[in-house]
Design a binder for this molecule. Structure first.
Ligand code: PGA
Length: 258
């Protein structure tokens, strides 16, 4: 499922409140991004809407895909409230966001994320792995934090599978709900290069060539171009702005035009 196309991912988080609204936003995006074939657009609604969106909009023939916002670290078993990778794949989703800072904050560990990545692959889903520091420090300790997050999340993931993962650099301090400001395009690009360097150390230069690093954190229709113009940024993860079908479509159109 790895692609040379740019990827723009909508993370709806715990929105909207009802299925009618979910259909409205989804339909608005579907119409708004018509013809944007150079971009892979992925909508990640709350899992409860995946089935109805997938059935209503028959997505197989388009560049629009569905994804989940999380899956369970186990494939089966006694996990009240959880959803398995297989269930997500069976309702037609193709992607899953893993390691989002809001899940990590709820207690998700890097060891669990490593298992989730493997479960996603086994079910035929493409994992979207989020990493990012909570804050920065002048000594650069946050770089070590990123390295640990990345390496622990990839523990037990085979070398062959790693290039298929879409990686997102999403610093917590830049997320619109908590942040003071978005990362600058240069900061985002520097971190994408740093992540690629860490991955090169793990799997080698040749394998790293096709890896896609996305940026997330307060992306909107105004600033999206400045990130996408950076040499090492190959896509975006969009939160708040993805609930506005017009604005999100503008972001996809911008990605398609570059
Ligand atoms: P934001 O959210 O675009 O609202 O900052 C991004 C995210 O948390 O994935």
């Amino acid at each position: 499922m790895s692609t040379s196309k740019k990827i723009v991912i909508a993370n709806w988080k715990m929105n909207p409140d009802n299925v009618a609204e979910a259909k409205d936003i989804f339909n608005g995006i579907k119409i708004g991004i018509k013809g944007c074939n150079k971009v892979q657009t992925v909508i990640c609604p709350p899992s409860i809407y995946l089935s109805v969106l997938s059935t209503n909009y028959k997505l197989q023939t388009t560049n629009l895909f569905l994804g989940a916002q999380d899956i369970c670290h186990d494939k089966k078993g006694h996990h009240t409230g959880e959803i398995s990778a297989e269930m997500v794949a069976n309702v037609g989703a193709k992607y899953v966001i893993l390691g989002h800072s809001e899940r990590r904050e709820q207690g998700e560990t890097s060891a669990q994320i490593a298992r989730k990545i493997n479960n996603a692959f086994d079910a035929g889903l493409r994992p979207v792995l989020c990493i990012g520091e909570k804050s920065r420090d002048e000594h650069g300790f946050f770089l070590k934090y990123i390295e640990e997050q990345l390496m622990e999340s990839l523990d037990k993931v085979t070398r062959k599978r790693i290039p298929e993962i879409a990686f997102v650099y999403e610093p917590v301090w830049a997320i619109s709900a908590y942040g003071d400001r978005p990362a600058t395009p240069e900061e985002a690009n520097e971190m994408a290069i740093y992540i690629l360097k860490l991955l090169t150390g793990k799997i080698g230069l040749k394998e790293v060539k096709n890896i896609q690093i996305l940026y997330g954190g307060s992306v909107d229709a105004e600033n999206c171009k400045s990130y996408l113009e950076q040499a090492s940024i190959r896509g975006l993860l969009v939160g708040s702005a993805s609930l506005d079908s017009k604005q999100f479509s503008e972001i996809v159109k911008t990605a398609n035009s570059l």
